[in-house]
Design a protein around this ligand. Structure first.
Ligand code: GAR
Length: 207
């Protein structure tokens, strides 16, 4: 059985999507947060999963917070750490510690629109599509090898919230699938590319 630790900062709907998917040989052993009020923590606890929060505001600097978080995460001996709406920039030390075993979901088609407010920025640029990306975490923000991407259209009267809602539905399909691929050993990192040993032509979802 492989241990999965999920980090969240808020609602936790992507975390719920993972928990609600029966991933063979995998167990979500802990849901952790930098935000003690993250709604997803209560949901995870109700579902019998260990939860804990370390408030980043209680730490003098980013390094101290990351080291405490690493110590907490490692108590659960994770095979995979999933950043599912974890809204903290991580230090190089943290990224190196979980190299090739930490993945993130980001609400844009990387390498476009790293960082925040991705859907509004896609609208402002006149993009006709948006989407989400699941990638391995490296010390460069939103820049690690890409595991999967999902695409949605941007419609004429869309607001950023409309796009976010459309993209979130795809996130909930794509993230559990990427976790399952990782757990089953199907993902091989070659440079900046991820090769899937069981690849069928589904790495881009067109809706
Ligand atoms: C998701 O849309 C995820 O892609 C995004 O936060 C949301 C979390 O929702 N992540 C980032 O922006 C990371 N930079 P959730 O808490 O309901 O899963």
């Amino acid at each position: 059985m492989k241990n999965i630790v999920i980090l969240i900062s808020g609602r936790g709907s992507n975390m719920q999507a993972i928990v609600n998917t029966a991933i063979p040989n995998a167990k979500v052993v802990a849901v952790l947060s930098n935000n003690p009020n993250a709604a997803g923590l209560a949901w995870a606890a109700e579902h019998g999963i260990a939860t804990a929060a370390l408030n980043h505001k209680d730490f003098a600097n980013r390094m101290d917070f990351d080291r405490a978080m690493m110590q907490l995460i490692d108590e659960y001996a994770p095979d995979l750490v999933v950043l599912a709406g974890f809204m903290r920039i991580l230090t190089p030390e943290f990224c190196a510690h979980y190299e090739n075993r930490c993945i993130n979901i980001h609400p844009s088609l990387l390498p476009s629109f790293t960082g925040l407010h991705t859907h509004q920025r896609a609208l402002d640029e006149g993009c006709r599509i948006s989407g989400c990306t699941i990638h391995f975490v490296t010390e460069v923000l939103d820049n690690g090898a890409i595991i999967a991407q999902g695409v949605v259209p941007i419609l004429d009267n869309d607001t950023a919230d409309d796009i976010a809602t459309r993209v979130l539905k795809v996130e909930h399909q794509l993230l559990p699938q990427a976790v399952a691929d990782f757990i089953s050993g199907n993902l091989k990192i070659v440079g900046k590319r991820v090769i899937k040993s069981n690849q069928v032509d589904d790495s881009v979802t067109l809706l």
